[in-house]
Design a protein around this ligand. Structure first.
Ligand SMILES: Nc1ncnc2c1ncn2[C@@H]1O[C@H](COP(=O)(O)OP(=O)(O)OP(=O)(O)O)[C@@H](O)[C@H]1O
Length: 446
């Protein structure tokens, strides 16, 4: 794993945002397990299996995994919609193990939750939905009205207060869900596949709203998803789950740039489309006979200006033939694939002592000193792309001298042992809903 799971203080958010980078955990899982007993011939299910991790106060923490990995069960342990069968979960200093229902209601009051299917009350207006947890909590009519107005303003649907959910788009419904979850000022928001039913553009809008919830209201957000793009867009840290266990845990940028586990590599490859596939590479070689290299671009090494300067110093022309630079946790990350050709001395004088034939080799060596480089050879002498192997089955790459040190600079810590690549209730609702706290539950989707 990328990070000791037992740490009591957690690495927090991006320093460039000016937010605190270290804070105390607001949620702690300690060897937490949830085993659903077998029934008849059905075997027991270890939905959550010995998970130890901390969620830092004020961060956006992602939990990613394929279907059945245990993500939903893990977060349902946080508001005790499911109870641990082993280990413990501590929320905001309170150990939930063995807590009475009355005490649990107090803990739940500090936790909001939103769902993939929104779970709105179809018989109530938008304002009525948002007011619902306030009614349950005993707020006066006047205070409720004021709070609902404030919340609908915050989520950007003040004009929809009097319409019913059926008249709303998916994105608007989720905004109502978010407003309702925030109504009683929770300190934690759990988002269970909150954007999975939305189109890509609406997904971005809702993710931007969740980021505002985190930044402007200081609410810790735990995002469950099966989409690495969601992690890329908003998460500070991420836990990758498989078969009930956390198989990788770390800063989102670090996990993207040096994924350790096969499952993580598969997720990362779905979110980063910057590398040419073998088929694309074959076509590139047909069109570009020169030396093809893929260079990493990130906030420390490999800025395009640095790459251009390095090539110029070696009398080499570089043409971008493929690539993409995106943001991971609001920091630049990606790669460019270049065709390198020694500049003709007639066109541009070579630096002293550089012969045209040496230029490309020397430039590749120099690029390796400033960024991660995958040398794909030429059409006449093609080199295999090790990242195809690396991203597929996880062999450790040889990313050239200085690779570990470079990655350490990128992730802001000491050099690590890494095996990853250089880029390397009421009507209309289902489920059990706690009418005392206004907690809305989707019944665990089962
Ligand atoms: N109430 C339950 N009774 C029995 N088994 C359950 C129950 N809830 C979940 N499970 C099982 O626990 C495992 C983990 O389920 P969980 O819903 O936590 O996974 P998930 O990663 O959220 O999956 P998905 O993305 O499909 O929702 C699955 O095998 C599931 O069938």
């Amino acid at each position: 794993m990328s990070e000791p799971a037992h740490a009591t203080a957690c690495a927090g958010s991006d320093t460039s945002t000016g937010r605190s980078t270290v804070s105390q955990p607001i949620i702690s899982f300690r060897d937490a397990s949830k085993i659903f007993p077998g029934r008849g011939r059905r075997a027991e299910v270890r939905a959550v299996d010995g998970v130890t991790l901390d969620v830092a106060e004020g961060e956006i923490f992602g939990v990613i995994g394929y279907s059945g990995a245990g993500k939903s069960t893990l977060v349902r342990l946080v508001n005790a919609l499911e109870k641990v069968t082993g280990g413990s979960v501590v929320v905001d200093g309170t150990d939930l193990t063995g807590l009475s229902e009355a005490r649990l209601r107090g803990v739940r009051a500090g936790i909001g939750m939103i769902f993939q299917q929104f779970n709105l009350l179809s018989s109530r207006t938008v304002a009525g939905n948002v007011a619902y947890p306030l009614e349950v909590a005993g707020w006066s009519r006047e205070k409720r009205r004021e709070r609902v107005r404030e919340l609908l303003d915050f989520v950007g649907i003040a004009d929809k207060a009097d319409v019913h959910p059926r008249q709303l788009s998916g994105g608007q419904k989720q905004r109502v869900g978010i407003a309702r979850a925030l109504a009683t000022n929770p300190r934690i928001l759990l988002a269970d596949e909150a954007t999975s039913a939305l189109d890509p553009e609406t997904t971005q809008d809702v993710l931007a709203l969740l980021r505002r919830v985190n930044r402007e209201l200081g609410i810790t957000v735990v995002v469950i998803t099966h989409e690495m793009d969601v992690v890329r867009a908003i998460c500070d840290r991420v836990a990758v789950m498989e078969h009930g266990k956390v198989v990788e845990l770390g800063d989102a940028y670090q996990v993207f740039s040096a994924p350790q586990h096969d499952v993580t590599r598969r997720f990362v490859s779905t979110a980063l489309k910057d590398r040419p596939s073998p088929e694309v590479l074959a076509r590139l070689r047909e069109r570009h006979p020169g030396r093809i290299v893929t260079v990493g671009v990130d906030e420390v090494a490999g800025s395009s200006a640095l790459i251009t300067r390095t090539l110029r110093e070696h009398g080499v022309d570089g043409t971008v033939v493929y690539g993409g630079i995106t943001e991971v946790a609001e920091r630049p990350y990606g790669s460019l694939t270049l065709e390198l050709v020694a500049a003709s001395p007639g066109v541009r004088p070579l630096p002293d002592g550089v012969a045209p034939a040496d230029g490309v080799d020397a430039a590749v060596a120099a690029l390796r000193r400033v960024t991660d480089v995958v040398d794909l050879g030429t059409a006449a002498d093609p080199h295999e792309d090790p990242s195809v192997v690396r991203r597929g089955v996880g062999q450790a790459p040889d990313d050239g001298p200085g690779g570990e040190e470079r990655r350490a600079r990128v992730i802001g810590g000491p050099a690590r042992q890494v095996g990853g690549g250089p880029f390397g209730g009421p009507s209309g609702m289902t489920g059990g809903n706690d009418l005392t706290t206004g907690i809305i539950d989707d019944g665990g989707k089962r």
